[in-house]
Design a protein around this ligand. Structure first.
Ligand code: GLN
Length: 545
């Protein structure tokens, strides 16, 4: 393993789930990865998703939550956000593979004639492609451990090819080079006053029917599981009792790595992979983050204005970035989720009266934008800290054009083609784009910060790189008009002169960004824009007491 300085030959851990979805496979995978990383191993995590979309970029957030974007411009599952937030290492296109992508690749090869006239079949062609995508990550030579999370639930028809690929890999990789961690639920029957192991037994049986014997069973439970239950699960599921790991419900996901450490999940995994040593996972920094998160000295309320607020997962990375920034400021950030369609000029004052800062969220399309524009006007005029992200920044530009420059019909051509002041316009290279999937301006781009600006002060440097996901942009035709009326353009893409950040200097905190800073906030490196926004909101709160 890591003794080879140049290229590592990795071991593989698969995480499957049974009984029900939403047990937190992503968090268990991330927690295990964190503990292994804290023992000095280099680790990455991959997610295999069983649906037929080539990537989640075309999915409505109501379907699947936020679409997470990587530096290399992949539109991915939101679990990759957890991986980055826990591990503080970057993921890429190869870290998220869907059934759609697998079939797409295989069918393209078939059309090119790569299969030389053979009948193309699920086994071996689809399973070979799955295995290639799993092993690709290991073959980069960068990792000691590759963890692959299999989306969905054991027993779903659509995950069968993934499980079959895992079964085959046991033979390809050999004993001690891979292991399977199965996450299940131990429900508590209140009427009987008992924890029940039967669903776990059935789910393991289901996995065994696919030819896979799980090596470790992680049991999600509301109550502690005692030794009797551990022994019973071990006996019926064909594992060592030390391989039965309790995963109690936690107050925050950031507690889970420490719970897993107590249960020795990392030790057990390393032992079974023949990598065991008596070093301990050094979680000191993590513990100090958790202690700041759980012992805040003040509380603030931030209004998050968006149109998908019924589903909190649609803004997952923003909510997590607030937790990181809150811990950094030793301040609890409560989010008031406000539907943009519920806002208008008449009710805003009342709705915002207990809020200490407003974030206008990213989004697409026309629905709810009047509420967003009204919100920006209110906070601009009343000195309430404001943070606009992507569409939120675009709304701030429109509001400024309408109410400060006096262009009452100013708009984005995303919503109104015929405006005489298209202050937000479709990017030149988006004009002829027809396919919706993977065609936005995606991923990391450079941005130069203007000296003496708020952004420059916050970042503490003049060159930054942030991730993007949009088609519209600030219209440079109107740049001087805005500048003359006091709007500062403080971040610019040096390659194509695109406006990346706007701010208003004579305001306690007013900043809009075309990119998505929330995607780069991690436990170890909270994003500076969120940290300073929370700080400003905290100051605003203490002034208003
Ligand atoms: N709809 C806007 C655009 O495409 C903003 C996108 C976003 O908020 N991610 O430019």
């Amino acid at each position: 393993m890591s003794s080879n300085k140049h290229k590592k030959s990795p071991k593989y851990i698969f995480v499957t789930g049974g009984v029900t979805s939403s047990l937190g496979k992503g968090i268990i995978a991330s927690s295990l990865a964190k503990l292994l990383q804290a023992r000095g191993l280099s680790v990455t995590i991959q997610k295999l998703d069983p649906y037929l979309n080539v990537d989640p970029g075309t999915l409505n957030p109501y379907e699947h939550g936020e679409c997470y974007v990587t530096d290399d411009g992949a539109e991915t599952d939101l679990d990759l956000g957890h991986y980055e937030r826990f591990l503080n290492v970057r993921t890429s296109q190869i870290n998220n593979v869907t059934t759609g992508r697998i079939y797409y690749n295989v069918l393209n090869k078939e059309r090119k004639g790569d299969f030389l006239g053979k009948t193309v079949q699920v086994i071996p062609h689809i399973t070979d492609e799955i295995k290639r995508n799993i092993l690709n990550l290991g073959e980069t030579g960068k990792y000691d451990i590759v963890i692959t999370e299999i989306g969905g639930c054991v027993g779903d028809i659509e995950s069968l090819p993934f499980l079959e690929a895992v079964r085959q890999l046991k033979w390809d990789l050999g004993e001690k080079n891979m292991l399977v961690v199965h996450l299940t639920l131990i429900p508590y029957l209140a009427s009987a006053g008992e924890l029940k192991t039967k669903p776990t037994q059935h789910s393991v049986k289901e996995l065994q029917e696919s030819g896979i014997q799980p090596d470790i069973i992680v049991c999600r439970t509301e109550h502690p599981i005692n030794d009797d239950i551990r022994r019973k699960i071990a006996l019926f599921c064909n594992v060592d009792t030390r391989s039965v790991i309790e995963a109690m419900d936690a107050k925050t996901i950031y507690e889970v790595p420490l719970l897993m450490k107590k249960e020795k999940l990392d030790q057990r995994a390393l032992y079974m992979l023949d990598l065991y040593n008596d070093k301990d996972a050094d979680m000191a920094k993590w513990e100090s983050f958790l202690s700041r998160l759980q012992n805040p000295k003040s509380t603030i309320r931030i209004g998050l204005i968006g149109k998908y607020v019924e589903l909190k997962d649609a803004y997952k990375s923003i909510a997590e970035a607030f937790l990181h920034a809150g811990a950094e400021n030793e301040c609890k950030v409560e989010i008031d989720w406000i539907h943009s369609e519920s806002l208008n000029e008449n009710n805003i004052k009342d709705k915002f009266k207990d809020l200490h800062g407003i974030l206008v969220a990213p989004g697409f399309g026309e629905r709810g934008i009047n509420g967003k524009i009204a919100a920006v006007k209110h906070v601009r005029e009343n000195g309430i800290p404001f943070f606009g992200i992507c569409l939120g920044m675009q709304m701030a530009v429109i509001e400024y054009a309408r109410n400060v420059l006096g262009w009452t019909d100013a708009h984005s051509t995303e919503m109104e083609q015929n405006t005489s002041h298209p202050v937000i316009d479709l990017m030149a290279d988006q004009q002829n784009v027809e396919n919706k999937g993977g065609t936005m301006r995606l991923g990391a781009y450079n941005c130069s910060l203007v000296d003496h600006s708020l952004a420059r002060m916050i970042y503490g440097k003049s060159k930054i790189s942030e991730r993007h996901r949009h088609r519209w942009e600030f219209n440079n035709k109107f740049r001087n008009d805005f500048a003359e009326k006091g709007l500062v353009i403080s971040g610019i893409n040096p390659e194509n002169d695109l406006v990346e950040i706007i701010e208003i200097p004579d305001h306690p905190f007013f900043i809009g960004v075309q990119f998505h800073p929330e995607l780069k906030s991690t436990v170890m490196e909270p994003h500076p824009l969120f940290v300073h926004f929370v700080k400003a909101a905290n100051e605003h709160a203490s002034k208003n007491i």
